[in-house]
Every structure is written in C-alpha cells, then in structure tokens.
Design a protein around this ligand. Structure first.
Ligand code: ADP
Length: 409
C-alpha cells in the first residue's frame, strides 16, 4: 500500500514537472512569436517610410534627365543615370524586404481567382519575349493542349514566374535556351507542376540547398553592381508557392543549366469553397463576432436537370437566386458550381440568427414553388452551421451545414 502511495506521489510530481515544462514552452513560443511580429512590423514600417522619399528623389532626377531644368552635359547625364539605376535597385530591395516580412509574419494576403494555365503563361511570360530577343536567347513556352483551370493569386504567381524567368535570362548566355513547361501530376490531382528550365551556368551542387535562403547569392561576383539582384527573389518565390500550399525545388548541374519546379493548385470547387469559408473565419474576431453558413441545394439535382427541357434548369436556378436575394439580407455568396448548391456566408449571425434565416428562406421557397409553373416536383434541402458555436473549422462547418437540421421544402 505504502509503495503504491509513493508511486502515485512520484507520478504526480512528474506530471507537475511536465505541466510546468509545457507552460514554459508555450511562454517561450509566445515570446518568440511576439519578437518575430515586432521584427516584421519594424521592417514593414521602415520599408513603407522609405518608399515615398525614394519615389520623390527618382522623379526629381528623371526630370533633370529630360532637361526641363536646363541642358545637361554628357558627364552629368551619365552620373544621373547611374543614380537612377541605384534608386531602382534600392526600390526593388525595399519591395522585396516588404514581401519577405509579410511572408514571414504570415500576413501576405492572397486574392485567389480562377485562371486558365494558358492565360497565366501568357500574362507571366509575354514580357520576357523582348528581353530574350535582346539577349539572343530562345524562349520556348509549351502551352497545354487541354487547358487546365487554376485557382491562384494571379499577381503573386506572376511575381514567381518573373523572379525565376529573370534569373534564367540573367544566368543564361547568348544563344542559350529557356523553356517553360507544365506537367500533369498522376499522383496528385489537386496540383499541376510547372518547370522553368535553362541551359545556363547552373548552380554548384553544394550551393543548391542555400539558394532559397534570404540574401543568398552564388554568382554575384560575376555581375556589375547594377545587374546584381538582392538575393531575395527565390526566397519570396518559394514563400508565395508555400502559401498556395505548393512546393518548389530545383535541379541543376554546374555549367549545364538549371530547372526550377513548382506546383500550383488546380481549380477544384470544393477546395475553393473551403478556402472562402476559411478566409471568413480568419477575418472575424472570435471574441466579438460570429458567422454562419447556410447551404441550400436541390434534392436529386441530376434527376431534376434530366427531366427539364433545355435551358429550363438555368431559369429555375436564376429564379431561386432571386428568392434567396429577396429573403436573406447581407450575405456573401460563396457558391461555386452553378445551381448545384447555394452557399452563403452570413456575417455577424449566430446559430439562432441562422435558424431564423433558414425558416424565412424555407417559407419563401415554399411560396415560390406554390406559384411557379415548374412541371415537376422539386424539393430543397436547407442547412446551417455557426462559428464558433457549432464548429471551429471550415471542414466541420460545411459538413454540418450540409446535413445538420437539413430540412426539405
Ligand atoms: P538574386 O536577386 O540574386 O537573383 P535569387 O534569390 O533570385 O536572388 O537567386 C539566388 C541566387 O541563386 C542567385 O544569386 C544565383 O546565384 C542563383 N540562381 C538563381 N537562379 C539561377 C539560374 N537560373 N541559374 C544559375 N543560378 C541561379
């Protein structure tokens, strides 16, 4: 008995010790996060403050260069042009620093949209045709035969292409080749792979791992100051790809060339809906606000579609949309597949609010069915779920809204 008591006491002490360690770890983590946030806030504020005076300096010098303040001689022109180049480089550096600090602080917001791979290639690569021509490099872009739709922040992904293509142009000599291609991934249906390959100077094996680190430059000694980069381009590119949940990697052989690969998310309606709901969750304050999602769908939608004459289904969908708009005030439409499901985000609306909206909507739909001339019996499913009352993440909110209290009209 005594032994058992001693054993229990030792276990208790162990648990207390572990608990203390966990508390200390959480405190350290909190401090570390706070420090990182302060650091990135500092970089962000300083960078913003630097941008305005820099723009004013550049404008002044450009005006002088045009000769509006009087004729300038060749020597003056050369000096002012050099100053202008340095200002551009500094501005690039500041913008890059801002991007890095945003990525590190998790504050880089994405504005994702649906875009075809073909259009993305056009937007991202077109500016490089002239550059390639000027340098005598062949730029080959392999366009997809069957176009794939992607769901990305277009501007940010163009920035990724720009950073990698810019490097490929810089590190590939005249008569070299730069290729942009894509690959469908058999093992992962959610992503597509992009490869940007050059047959330039390549990267030594030992340096391959560090080129994605901040401020790492392998070949900087070979370039004039005005041509030198900031060593931040790849780190930003990798950061942007990671916040799209993709990956980036490089294959290279010194003297033979490099291939930069990255994956981009395909447009998948369910993922998009989840993303939208996640975004809403992140943007509300858990202490003061709530949010609900409401799902409305037509029961056995495929059967309904098949029974109706051509075009009729779309008319009904539009009419239902009208009913929804007249009944539900202030909602954000996050529906993706036309007519399959109507998904709405109701901001500042808790569970009882959502319940009331649902009842109102059901009665409006009943009214609509009673008065419309559809030659078919249609049934609706309406469900809702609230954050944070019912669930804390988009997966469970959606699951609940699609089944919980689902009632048929
Ligand atoms: P930088 O602004 O210097 O280009 P990056 O982060 O974009 O910074 O690239 C880091 C370094 O990686 C470059 O300085 C260069 O040494 C190496 N590098 C990047 N792309 C290539 C390439 N296509 N070929 C050879 N080296 C490259």
């Amino acid at each position: 008995m005594k032994n058992l008591e001693v054993l229990i006491q030792t276990q208790k002490e162990r648990i207390t010790l572990l608990e203390n360690e966990i508390i200390q770890f959480e405190k350290d983590q909190y401090e570390l996060n706070k420090q990182n946030e302060l650091k990135s806030d500092f970089v962000s504020i300083v960078s913003h403050e630097l941008r305005t005076p820099l723009a004013i300096i550049k404008e002044g010098i450009e005006l002088m260069l045009t000769g509006v303040y009087g004729k300038i001689n060749v020597k003056q022109k050369k000096t002012l042009s050099t100053v202008c180049d340095s200002i551009d480089r500094l501005a690039r550096m500041i913008n890059n620093l801002l991007d890095v600090s945003k990525i590190e602080a998790g504050k880089m917001d994405l504005h994702k949209e649906k875009i075809s791979l073909r259009e993305l290639f056009d937007k991202a690569c077109a500016p490089f045709y002239i550059k390639a021509q000027e340098k005598g490099i062949r730029l080959i872009i392999r366009y997809p035969k069957n176009d794939t739709m992607l769901y990305v922040d277009v501007d940010k992904i163009i920035q990724v292409f720009t950073n990698i293509l810019g490097n490929a142009m810089k590190f590939t000599p005249t008569e070299g080749v730069v290729k942009v291609a894509y690959r469908i991934l058999a093992a992962d249906n959610n992503f597509i792979q992009i490869a940007i390959a050059d047959n330039g100077i390549g990267i030594p094996f030992d340096d391959l791992q560090r080129i994605f680190n901040k401020f790492e430059q392998v070949h900087h000694t070979a370039f004039k100051a005005s041509e030198r980069g900031t060593g931040l381009g790849l780190s930003i590119a990798e950061g942007i790809i990671k916040i799209h949940r993709g990956t980036m990697w490089v294959e290279s052989k010194e003297g033979q060339g490099s291939t930069f690969n990255f994956t981009l998310p395909k447009y998948i309606p369910e993922t998009v809906v989840r993303d939208e709901i996640n975004h809403e969750i992140k943007s509300i304050d858990i202490n003061t606000t709530t949010m609900s999602i409401l799902s409305l769908s037509i029961e056995e939608v495929d059967h309904v579609k098949a029974q109706l004459p051509r075009g009729e289904f779309q008319t009904i969908v539009e009419e239902i949309k009208g009913v929804v708009r007249n009944t539900v005030r202030k909602f954000r439409d996050v529906s993706i597949d036309e007519g399959e499901e109507f998904l709405m985000v109701l901001r500042d609306c808790n569970r009882s609010g959502a319940e009331a909206v649902k009842t109102r909507l059901e009665s409006s739909l009943q009214n609509y069915l009673a008065h419309c001339k559809i030659p078919l019996h249609i049934k609706f499913n309406v469900g809702h779920a609230s954050y944070p009352e019912d669930a804390h993440d988009e997966e469970n909110l959606l699951k609940l809204a699609r089944m919980r209290d689902s009632s048929s009209v």
